[in-house]
Design a protein around this ligand. Structure first.
Ligand code: APR
Length: 307
């Protein structure tokens, strides 16, 4: 791919840009941020790592969108973190305004691009981006499930003392406390996880997964996770750039799938050259279906408050 742009050169954005460059997913990696000097400085620093790391993706930083023109993919991480005294609703409205502005600019300079949304609250920001860009659902996809699933897989690998690569799993639903880890689809090299870990331990791991973001914030105090979130976004970008047709849990705009309509929610998606190429509808247990519906309601509520 000729060009990939990361909007927001903060912790998640800058780490994503570095990962994209190191994997040489694009000839040019552009970082856009409103903070003067930050994207320029970080991009130059990253580019100066190229001779050591051995990549030829050219990294540049800018405060505008001209340099992003024609990008095939935009990874959007722009936003602000919740400040003391700020309500969840204030944060929602502030980030919605930022994401709206970013998405309009994306549609202007790269009308055929694919947006990978990372800014929170994730599922709602995907919706804002879809509305503001006017892009079809194939080209607005949210990164949450890959991260939530990675956390779940990493905890399972620790519990079993096996390779993370041998844990197959899928976490669906909204990105938050209501996410839905699918125990029924969790396997270790094909072996159902329920044969290897007893139910109480599994429930504890599911609970830790649900609170995975908060656990990191609890340590960092002044920021939130960025190594795993950026890895998740870049895995999605790689699936698109290389047309890998990967099946990954992503936030996608539902049009009747899982009996739901008119919202973004984490579901199994096929990602390839065209972005979201298919949503896979898998069988769920009654409990999982109920949990998914509750999770959808937790996404619809902030959507209503933005209308
Ligand atoms: N356009 C471009 N960049 C913007 C804009 C805007 N309108 N508004 C804010 N930014 C930039 C900030 O200047 C900052 O550099 O977004 C960046 C956000 O970076 P951090 O504060 O470091 O936040 P980060 O940890 O990277 O998280 C970014 O991803 O995982 C989510 O919840 C997280 O919504 C948050 C986002």
């Amino acid at each position: 791919m000729q060009k990939i742009t990361v909007v927001g050169a903060g912790n998640v954005g800058a780490t994503a840009a570095q990962r994209v460059a190191e994997k040489e997913l694009a000839r040019e990696v552009v970082m856009v941020d409103i903070a003067e000097g930050i994207p320029q400085g970080k991009a130059l620093d990253q580019w100066e790592s190229a001779p050591v790391e051995g990549f030829d993706s050219r990294v540049i930083g800018t405060n505008g969108y001209d340099e992003a023109a024609g990008s095939g993919i935009f990874i959007v991480t722009a936003g602000i973190a919740r400040k003391p005294g700020m309500s969840r609703d204030d944060l929602l409205k502030t980030n919605a305004k930022i994401v709206r502005d970013v998405s309009e600019n994306i549609a202007r300079v790269a009308p055929d691009s694919i947006i990978i949304m990372v800014s929170n609250p994730l599922d709602v920001m995907c919706w804002v981006a879809k509305e503001a860009s006017g892009f079809p659902r194939e080209r607005v996809i949210g990164m949450a499930g890959v991260l939530d699933t990675a956390r779940y897989r990493s905890f399972l690998a620790l519990e079993l003392d096996v390779s993370v690569e041998d844990i197959q799993a899928m976490v669906l639903g909204g990105h938050g406390d209501t996410m839905v880890p699918l125990i029924s689809y969790t396997t270790v090299s094909g072996i159902p996880v329920t044969q290897l870990i007893d139910r109480d331990r599994l429930d504890a791991i599911v609970d830790r997964t649900r609170k995975g973001g908060a656990e990191i914030v609890g340590y960092l105090k002044t920021g939130s996770a960025y190594y795993a979130p950026s890895a998740g976004a870049v895995q999605m970008a790689e699936a698109i750039v290389k047309d890998k047709k990967r099946i990954l849990p992503c936030a996608a705009w539902l049009e009747g799938e899982y009996g739901m309509d008119g919202l973004f929610l984490g579901v199994p998606c096929k990602l390839g050259r065209n972005g979201l190429e298919k949503i896979l509808e898998v069988e769920l247990t009654d409990g999982e279906r109920k949990d998914l519906e509750a999770s959808a309601e937790a996404v619809r509520e902030p959507m209503r408050s933005l209308q």
